[in-house]
Write a new protein. Structure first.
Length: 314
């Protein structure tokens, strides 16, 4: 079976692409990873997506996207993608996607594989992962009721998650390597007003310590070159993201961080392959921009498939 488009990733970008592609009557297959949950799904609260003034959690929003894509006929399959490569069928160039134990063919591919949280790479981080070290407040926050927690980072994600953690924690200490936050003003205002949140400025995490679980984090004041320790039950790390694009190396042009380079129409350097969402090199990575990318990628894929079939509207 040859699909018109295979979409890799089931976040806002991939699901929006599936809505637009299937509604345009392209035979659409969306491949969803079974071990890498999308960032939107595990986000506790989304309050800046248009049309939802009261806000909603990420799972609710993604579920709405998914049902809408299913309504228009998109197919779904859970499988980890291993590779994408060129193939031939007569005069046509096809794309062969290896996922799980299957090999699937399509006329076009939309990469919406998203990104994963970065590690700090400090001693104790791997040892205590799942034993106090976490990268997802929504997933693990409830495990730390009335506990002392450390959150590392100063961007939107770090401050959003720190605020979420105050629902459970006794105290949240935010460690940031600079003397001011990078997060948007409204998040900063909320964090500074929250009595449960304290800040350790100009500081970096150096080591996580404990016996059977997280007990202490060693930090360093980068200006005073002085080290100290904080007693804590949990360490939540929000140190940016790395795109899930390893399976594309050697196929597409990536920047030095691994993000896919594309034009405004979501076209990559390979005809028939498009990109959308957090895996793409761009300025702003939000649910709303991912959805816009997905719609554009699907529209571009539709035009490409129509041209292959000699049905392009001119």
């Amino acid at each position: 079976m040859i699909h018109d488009v295979i979409i890799i990733g089931a976040g806002p970008a991939g699901l929006t692409a599936a809505i637009y592609a299937s509604r345009a009557r392209l035979k659409t297959l969306l491949l969803e990873s079974y071990d890498t949950p999308g960032q939107a799904v595990i986000t506790s609260g989304i309050e800046n997506y248009p049309g939802f003034p009261e806000g909603l959690n990420g799972f609710e929003l993604i579920d709405k996207f998914r049902k809408q894509a299913e309504k228009f006929g998109a197919e779904f399959k859970i499988a980890n993608v291993k590779s994408v490569k060129k193939s031939k069928s007569g005069k046509d160039t096809l794309w062969q996607t290896e996922a799980g134990d299957e090999s699937m063919m399509s006329l076009s591919v939309i990469i919406a594989s998203g990104a994963k949280p970065n590690k700090l790479g400090i001693p104790g981080e791997d040892k205590f992962r799942g034993k106090g070290v976490s990268y997802c407040a929504t997933c693990d926050g409830a495990l730390f009721k009335e506990k002392n927690i450390v959150a590392i980072g100063g961007g939107d994600t770090a401050i959003e998650e720190a605020l979420f953690l105050t629902r459970f924690a006794k105290k949240v200490t935010v460690i940031h390597r600079r003397d001011r936050l990078r997060a948007t003003e409204i998040l900063q205002e909320r964090a500074f007003a929250n009595k449960k949140i304290e800040f350790m400025w100009n500081s970096t995490a150096e080591e996580i310590l404990g016996k059977d679980k997280t007990e202490v984090i060693r930090i360093k004041d980068v200006k005073k070159n002085k080290e100290s320790k904080i007693d804590c039950d949990g360490v939540f790390i929000f140190a940016g993201y790395t795109p899930n694009t390893d399976f594309l190396k050697g196929l597409l042009k990536l920047d030095k961080k691994g993000y896919i380079i594309s034009d405004d129409d979501m076209k990559t350097g390979e005809a028939g392959i498009f990109v959308a969402g957090d895996a793409r090199k761009k300025l702003l990575r939000q649910v709303v921009t991912a959805a816009g990318d997905g719609a554009t990628a699907a529209f571009s894929a539709k035009k490409y498939v129509d041209e292959l079939r000699g049905k392009a509207y001119k």
